[in-house]
Each structure stands twice: as C-alpha cells, then as structure tokens.
Design a protein around this ligand. Structure first.
Ligand code: BES
Ligand code: MN
Ligand code: MN
Length: 466
C-alpha cells in the first residue's frame, strides 16, 4: 500500500504537467462524424498511443477498423501490460478519443479547440467527453508505473476507440471477432457523470439507441411554389405530419408495441432514486433552461431520462434555409430522428416497429425511406462484485463519502458488448458534472475532479490488486 500512496503522491506532484498534456490532446479536433477531420482523428489516436508507450505500456498499436463493411472506420488504440502474474486480475480500461462537432462556434466563450482554464475548469470540446476522462486512466497508470518500479498492481489492457460518438461500429466488430485479445476480468469505463459535485457516483445503466433518417421525396425536382403550389406535394409538410404522429402531446411514443419490452426498474432502484438530492426546479432552470419540463406523465424526471425510452428529432436538413426568402417547393426533405432504448428493448426490433409505423402513415403524394444510421444496446450492469467494492472503497478514500448508484440517460454502445460478448462486469466510474455541457458549447471538465478521478483510479487499481 506504500506504493499506492507513492503513486498518489506522484500524481499530485505532476498535476500541472498532466493538465498541459491533456490540453495538447484537446487541440486536435478529432471530430469522428466529419470526413474532413479523418486526419485529425488519426493524429489523436497516435498521440494517445505514443503516451501509452512512453509511460511503459507494452504491445502498443493502432488497430485499423476501416473495411468494406465499415468504410471510413477510425483506428482503435490498444496497449497492455500483463506482467502482474496469472493470479492477478486483468482490468480492461476503455475510453474514446473522438469528440462531437463543436458547432455552433459563436456560442463558445473560448474556441473549442483552444483549451482554456477559467475558474478551476478546463474548457474545450472533449474536455470531459471523453479525452479528459480517458486521460485520467493514462495518468493513473503512469503514476503507478512511476511508484512501483515500472510495474503495475494488476494486469492491464487499454482499448481506446475513435468512433464512440458515431455509434462505435468498429470496436463492436473487433470485440465480436477478436474478443480473446481483450480478455479481462473487468472493464473500467470513465465516460459518465457524478450525480452532483462532491458526490462519488457509479453509473450502473445506460440507455441504448437507434439513430435514423427519414427521407421524403415529392416532385422530380425543386419547383416554383407559385406555379405548382396547390398541385405538387410538399415533402417538408409531409415530414412534419409524419413526425407529429410519432409522439402524442404528452410525450408518449405512438409507435405500436414500442413499449412492449420495457422493464420497470426494481423497487429498490426506484427507492434509491427517490432518496437522491434532486431539485427539479433547479434542474429546469439551470440545466435545461426551458419554461417547463416535458415528458410522460406519471414518471419522475430521473425515471424519464434513465429508465424510459424517448424519441427526438435532431435536425431537418433540406429546402431553403438561407437568409431572406425563396419561394420553392423542395423535391426532398430529411429528418434525423433517434430513439433511446431501455432494457429489454432491442435495436433491431425497435427499428422494425418504427419503420413499419412510419411507412403506414405516409401522406399522399410522397415516397418515404427510413434508414438506420447506427444503434447500440441498452444495459444495466451488476453491482454485486468485488470490482464495484474496489471502486466505492477507492472513492471513499478520495471523497470521504459513500458512492451513489445512478443510471445514465446517454449511451456507450460498447458497454453492452463488454457484458454480453466478453462476459465481464463493467465499472462505470465517471467524474463529469451535470453542468459540464457535453455535446454543447462551452464543454468543460472541473480540474479538481480530473485530479480526484486520477487518484480514485490509482486507488481502484490498488484495491483490485490487493
Ligand atoms: N459519454 C457519453 C454518454 C454518456 C453521457 C453516458 C452522460 C452517461 C452520461 C457518450 O460519449 C455519448 O455521448 N454517447 C452518444 C452515443 C451515440 C452517438 C451512439 C450518445 O449518448 O448520444
Ligand atoms: Mn463519451
Ligand atoms: Mn459523447
């Protein structure tokens, strides 16, 4: 245990350097969804690989994921250190180095790819989701190597992906084909949030998702709306009519059978959620910032965001969106629509029901195509294992408090595969905060949490190895 104390000491002495290195990674705009950033995505992968090598990890390599079935796939970063002996457990550290697009740019107080410290926070796209949190793993490993004479208290594999924000197809294929190369006793994921500041949190469930497009086609080409308005179908009106039938005004999804497989959280879970310090009015005002909250009646906000499916429209590209006015009947219209899923819904079955329903409500005069862009399974992980104890024990030492168990409304598609394909428990120990602006302008990571996260992870490895 003297070694764990020395590793914590090392991390404290090197806090400033750790932050400077993270800034260098944050300057690389590794936006996975935009093809023009493919080179930046690869540079970020190489940056992470080089650091893993420098700190003492072995077998460091980029694993290509691009293939005929998966064009444009971004590389995985792999590393391991397996010299702790056959009796020691193996921890699989997971993170992602890709980020969401930074737009709208003019709402950032400092540019998204120029990391800036303000009031104890580090502002940049990817600061908390997930470069900063992935970096905590790397820095915890570095601290342990430094304090333990180039050794670690456990066996470690590291897998960092560059496609989490676009569905994670590359890593999913790798896990299915080469799961043996990731053999481990537990996966450690730091890509979630704490329930509130100063409140150590384990995330024990994630929603799944299906991300889709609905394309509506009307006339053979764009038309003058004066000459043809009244006779030609309008795809945007048709699309709006379709979308209006997906949900009722209260927020219930109208796709037949959509809720059939929804599992109720256990009575214990619901009781624990009721005991969490959640102030709905504060959440509405400071986090959401809308006049009112919406969603299914009869369910609390935590139930609606953690344990109920939802449907959202992200954008409707097409037609005329420039300044001023253009009188045109567009020939086609598109909507990007996603649904969040909860156990025991499956992406395939949910998509089939949705597609059949949309095709049954197509207005006159237009053709509709419904496409799946990506999908991921919902998951609830078990808490009844030594690794959860190792994690709550570690966080008690750092925060001086008991851990709360929450679910996350977001999705991390590969976690379902860790559980189902690798058949290992997953510990989701995240250090983001509710106001960190994930996917939004002014994303940040609280630097105190960055450092406490590193210390918690160092102690987690110590507990797992003890
Ligand atoms: N880290 C998030 C997921 C998350 C956020 C889980 C907060 C729990 C709490 C992840 O990077 C993410 O944003 N995932 C996407 C996945 C999708 C594109 C398949 C999401 O949830 O939209
Ligand atoms: Mn993430
Ligand atoms: Mn994300």
């Amino acid at each position: 245990m003297a070694e764990i104390a020395a590793a914590v000491e090392f991390a404290r002495k090197n806090e400033a350097r750790f932050v400077e290195e993270l800034k260098a990674l944050l300057r690389i705009p590794s936006v996975s969804t935009l093809p023009e950033h493919a080179g930046d995505v690869r540079r970020a992968a190489e940056f992470v690989a080089a650091e893993l090598k420098r700190i003492g990890m072995e077998n460091v390599r980029l694993i290509e994921t691009a293939s005929v079935e998966h064009p444009g796939g971004h590389p995985l970063v792999y590393a391991d250190w397996l010299r702790a002996g056959a009796a020691a457990p193996t921890v699989l550290c997971y993170g992602h180095y890709d980020v969401q697009p930074a737009e709208p740019l003019d709402e950032w107080k400092s540019p998204p790819f120029e990391p800036t410290e303000r009031n104890g926070n580090l502002y940049a796209r990817g600061a908390v989701d997930d470069k900063g949190q992935m970096w905590m793993h790397v820095k915890a490993l570095e601290s342990l190597f430094a304090a333990c004479n180039g050794r670690l208290p456990v066996n470690v594999r590291v897998i960092v992906e560059g496609e989490e924000e676009v569905g994670g197809e590359g890593i999913a294929q790798f896990v299915r084909k080469h799961g043996d190369q990731l053999r481990a006793d537990v996966a450690l994921v730091s890509d979630t949030e704490m329930f509130a500041p100063e409140m150590p949190t384990l995330c024990v469930g994630l929603r799944g998702m299906i991300y889709t497009e609905i394309e509506v086609r009307g006339a053979r080409t764009d038309l003058h709306s004066g000459m043809y308005g009244g006779a030609a179908p309008n795809p945007f009106v048709a699309l709006a009519q379709i979308i209006a039938k997906l949900k009722d005004p209260e927020g219930k999804i109208l796709i037949p059978g959509f809720y059939d497989k929804v599992e109720k959280p256990t009575a214990d879970e619901l009781k624990a959620w009721k005991a969490l310090p959640f102030d709905e009015e504060h959440y509405r005002r400071t986090e959401v910032g809308s006049k009112e909250l919406t969603g299914e009646p009869g369910y609390s906000v935590l139930e609606r965001t953690w344990a109920r499916p939802t449907l959202d429209v992200h954008g409707m590209p097409g037609g005329f969106i420039g300044a001023g006015a253009k009188t045109v009947i567009p020939a086609r219209a598109l909507a990007k629509v996603s649904m969040r899923l909860v156990p025991d819904m499956t992406p395939a079955e949910s998509f089939a029901k949705y597609k059949a329903y949309v095709e049954s409500i197509v207005p006159k005069g237009v053709e509709v195509e419904v496409r799946m862009i990506h999908s991921g399974d919902p998951i609830v992980v078990s808490t009844d294992n030594q690794f959860v104890k190792a994690s709550t024990g570690a966080m008690r030492e750092v925060f001086g408090k008991d851990t709360v168990y929450v679910r996350g409304g977001g999705s991390i598609p590969i976690v379902g595969d860790f559980v189902r394909e690798l058949k290992i428990p997953t510990v989701m120990m995240g250090f983001g905060l509710p106001d960190d602006n994930l996917h939004a302008p002014n994303e940040k990571f609280n630097l105190a949490n960055f450092h406490r996260g590193i210390e918690s992870i160092v102690r987690f490895f110590g507990n797992v190895g003890a």
